[in-house]
Design a protein around this ligand. Sequence first.
Ligand code: DGP
Length: 111
Amino acid sequence: MSTIFSKIIAGEIPSDQVYSDDRCIAFRDINPTAPVHILVIPRQEIAQLGHMTEDHEGLVGHLMRVAGIVARQEGYEDFRVIINNGAGAGQTVFHLHLHVVAGRTLSWPPG
Ligand code: DGP
């Protein structure tokens, strides 16, 4: 099922895009939790990490590499990547996305 992120990929809803290639896009989260809070999403619709198949391994590896690219682009070598899988884990948009968070002290464990 399509989500608001499909509309962002299609350009039907504006976003503050910071990266784009043939497999994914990255844009600033509308509700940032840190000075840098970027979402990296595949162009392909995959609802959540737990629905990944072996066929998606290359794509998801690419998303991870792009997380590093966008963090460095923002001037940060230290950053955190978060994937919420399922409503119980805080997922609200069911189109796979990596949160890339940087620019403040990040405590551990996360909430
Ligand atoms: P999650 O809770 O892991 O599913 O994260 C979804 C994130 O998506 C949340 O941090 C807010 C962000 N978000 C939701 N709708 C929009 C939107 O229309 N534009 C942008 N830029 N971010 C959105």
